[in-house]
Design a protein around this ligand. Structure first.
Ligand SMILES: *Cc1c(COP(=O)(O)O)cnc(C)c1O
Length: 366
């Protein structure tokens, strides 16, 4: 074999289609409502903003590499042992570290057809093989996942609720999935939107992590806490997994500003309640109003919804129509939805404007 003429990345890397974030601007439009990245329309807690600003006087100091204050604040909020928590630069970092630690060439990680795109990206980045399990009604299907398990399987990734579908798997089913997995397969429960879920049969995964050796739960400050810009995620995991992640993570992977703002945010339960109440009011309203227009909305338990356009209307045209009015939604063709848009629940004003614009769009002959 001849020597390559330039450095070559590891196998798998060039098979990755880089993640494309949601659009954030509408050229030529004065007022823009960004409803493309599932950010909260209410912003972060004012206490988090104050804590962030206060950090400005100490920028020369390294952060606490163990981010103890943040782990303790999370522990207090959820009744968890801080020793079984590790934080990262967004939950994306933690998901990536899990890939680095547990995947390698020759192994496999399972994700579902319309699962979060970072899972196959992380899998390929680790040189492993992504394996897709079919869904039922745009929802992860336990039997389909279990049918894909082989001796090479190392991780099963599930976003619960899932992005971009907004669907969820009831806790009984998650437990059945766990029971069906070999003990050496890590079940990764990505609960980025769990605070928004109002269902009695849902559980983010805390109980399962606490009582087993092969389940982890990833959470984020990017969604309900409104701190996406700061990049803060956390993971609750068995001690042996925490130990592994602490060996490979950067020693200062969470910035001091992120730690300070995160502590303040998770301590502001009132702000979280207000954000949940806002979503509880507007998610059903949007679902109902958009459905009335002949657009099929997948029932969502998150802070976003997936709308499927009828054959004679194109999501691409709808996207252009909305963008021209400053309403930025998310194209989801990378997720295999070629005629759908994902919309984040916005402010009352934004929500009403979207319904108005969609009403106009759907009434237009094409
Ligand atoms: C937004 C999101 C995350 C959070 O990512 P961060 O890196 O914490 O900002 C994780 N998983 C899913 C499914 C998401 O939609």
């Amino acid at each position: 074999m001849s020597t390559p003429t330039r450095p070559q990345p590891n196998p798998g890397v060039l098979d990755i289609a880089a993640y494309v974030p949601g659009k954030s601007s509408a050229p030529g439009v004065a007022r823009v409502f960004k409803l493309s990245s599932n950010e909260t329309p209410l912003g972060p807690s004012p206490k988090a903003i104050a804590a962030y600003k206060a950090l400005a006087d100490h920028l020369q100091d390294y952060p606490d590499g163990a981010h103890s204050d943040l782990r303790e604040a999370i522990g207090r909020a959820f009744g968890l042992d801080p020793a079984r928590i590790v934080c990262g630069a967004g939950s994306d970092e933690l998901l990536g570290l899990l890939g680095n630690a547990y995947l390698a060439p020759g192994t496999e990680a399972i994700h579902t057809t319309h699962g979060f795109l970072m899972y196959p990206i992380i899998t390929l980045g680790s040189g492993a093989t992504p394996v897709e399990a079919a869904e039922k009604n745009f929802t992860a299907d336990v039997d389909a996942i279990l049918a894909k398990v082989t001796p090479r399987t190392r991780i099963v990734f599930i976003a619960n609720p899932n992005n971009p579908t907004g669907t969820y798997v009831p806790f009984d089913e998650i437990k059945r999935l766990h029971r069906g997995l070999p003990a050496n397969v890590l079940l990764v429960l990505d609960a980025a939107y769990s605070e928004y879920v109002r269902k009695n049969d849902y559980e983010a995964g805390i109980e399962l992590v606490a009582t087993s050796e092969n389940v982890v739960m990833c959470r984020t400050f990017s969604k309900i806490h409104g701190l996406a810009a700061l990049r803060i995620g956390w993971m609750y995991a068995p001690e042996h997994v925490i130990d592994v992640i602490n060996r490979i993570r950067g020693p200062f992977n969470v910035s001091a500003a992120a730690i300070a703002a995160g502590v303040a945010a998770i301590g502001d339960a009132q702000h979280v309640e207000t954000s949940i109440a806002h979503n509880e009011r507007w998610l059903p309203w949007l679902t109902q109003e958009i459905s009335k227009l002949g657009i099929i909305v997948t029932p969502s338990v998150g802070n976003f919804l997936l709308m499927h356009f009828p054959k004679d209307k194109s999501a691409k045209d709808a996207d252009a129509f909305l963008t021209a009015r400053g309403l930025i939604l998310r194209m989801v063709s990378a997720y295999g939805f070629t005629n759908a848009l994902r919309m984040t629940v916005g402010t009352e004003e934004a929500n009403r404007l979207v319904v108005q614009a969609l009403t106009e769009f759907m009434g237009k002959p094409q």
